[in-house]
Ligand binder design. Structure first.
Ligand code: PLP
Length: 368
């Protein structure tokens, strides 16, 4: 990936909007990247809009559809366990007078599809449900929700930031109108992402300016980042079967050994319908933050809550929505495997977690 990006930092400084040779060189790279990203999700290149990442893509999808269709209706549907980039976009729309239904999830984190369908009204303009959850890894029945959206004539957006390279993504099969991806979850650069917008789907821009990206996302395109994203996406899909097979077997061992060796550990999320690299536990009686800090000292990089909100003190909104009690939710541990993890790292992590949990249980204020 680096060798593909470097020329655009070293010598090819053209702006993709310029008409001279340097601009054309950049435009060519940009359009090649668009084709490559489109191919990974079975879309047409013209349906891919480059953005600054998952957060911007989610904002553009949710707010962009709301603003484009507000004359048709002002009701939107989402789940209660979305990433903050989606949830906070809906909260912002509520402040502007839009109505939002938040669909509950079951104990495993699966959205209640029956309830979702029951919430669709004549003025519903968008459903947004994530492909897989970033904390507990639960995979949502997007195809089933896509059937409902199609039948009821409502746009469906899915946040697929967590699933690229882990699950097949085919926008036709999923029946989505909009889909979010991000570079940094697929070993690509940070600060770059894309939004798939099906041809004909109405979206209003949220960034105004020179009308780049078909008028949907103004601002000079980040050519090196976009090239990096396209290479990363290509590799993520090409290597998916092999990577997923390896990660899943390591992850299964991690879960088995942790449940065996740490008394009272609760595996959170769906036992089977979960991302192949995700293991999530609750250890009642433990403060998640203390566990993470102790593990960090032992060289184990883990998180509690979601990576972006683990500095917050409150229990995760995802775990609370799944019905976990707040005390158990505060003792959460998320372990995410990377494609380079190996057996001995799993063994080491299990040992480190077992010892740390035992130690903390002796002193944790939560148990007192
Ligand atoms: N959506 C999900 C599911 C995520 O996990 C993340 C970040 O990790 C985002 C959106 C935000 O993406 P970005 O960090 O590229 O803005």
């Amino acid at each position: 990936m680096l060798s593909a990006i470097l020329p655009y930092y070293e010598s090819r400084f053209g702006n993709a909007s310029s008409l001279h040779w340097a601009g054309r060189e950049a435009r060519e790279a940009l359009e090649k990247a668009r084709e490559a990203v489109a191919e990974t999700i079975n879309a047409d290149p013209g349906e891919v809009i480059f953005t600054s990442g998952g957060t911007e893509s989610d904002n553009l999808a949710v707010k962009g559809v709301a603003y484009a269709l507000k004359r048709k209706g002002r009701h939107l549907i989402t789940s209660s366990i979305e990433h903050p980039a989606v949830l906070e976009s809906f909260k912002a729309l509520e402040m502007e007078g839009f109505k939002v239904s938040y669909i509950p999830v079951d104990r495993d984190g699966i959205v209640d599809v029956g309830k979702l369908e029951g919430e669709v009204r004549p003025d519903t303009i968008l459903i947004s449900v994530m492909h897989a959850n970033n904390e507990v890894g639960t995979i949502q029945p997007i195809e089933e929700i896509g059937d409902i959206a199609e039948r009821r004539g409502v746009y469906l957006h899915t946040d697929a930031v967590q699933t690229m390279g882990k699950l097949p993504i085919d926008v036709e099969r999923l029946k989505v109108s909009l889909l979010t991806i991000s570079g940094h979850k697929i070993y690509g650069p940070k600060g770059v992402g894309a939004l798939y917008v099906r041809e004909g789907v109405e979206v209003k821009p949220i960034l105004h300016g020179g009308g780049h990206e078909g008028g949907l996302r103004s601002g000079t395109e980040n050519v090196p980042g976009i090239v990096g994203l396209s290479v990363a996406a290509k590799y993520a899909v090409k290597e998916m079967d092999e990577t997923v097979h390896r990660m899943r077997s390591l992850r299964d061992r991690l879960i088995r050994d942790l449940v065996d060796q740490v008394p009272g550990s609760i595996l959170t999320g769906h036992p089977v319908k979960r991302l192949p690299n995700n293991a999530h536990f609750c250890f009642p009686g433990i403060e998640g933050e203390s566990l993470i800090l102790a593990l960090n000292e032992l060289g184990v990089a883990a998180s509690t809550g979601s990576a972006c909100s683990s500095r917050k003190k409150e229990p995760s909104h995802v775990l609370l929505a799944m019905g976990l009690d707040p005390v158990a939710a505060r003792g959460s541990l998320r372990l995410t495997l990377g494609k380079w993890n190996n057996e001995s790292e799993i063994e080491y992590a299990v040992k480190a977690i077992a010892e740390t949990v035992e130690k903390l249980r002796g002193i944790s204020p939560v148990t007192r």
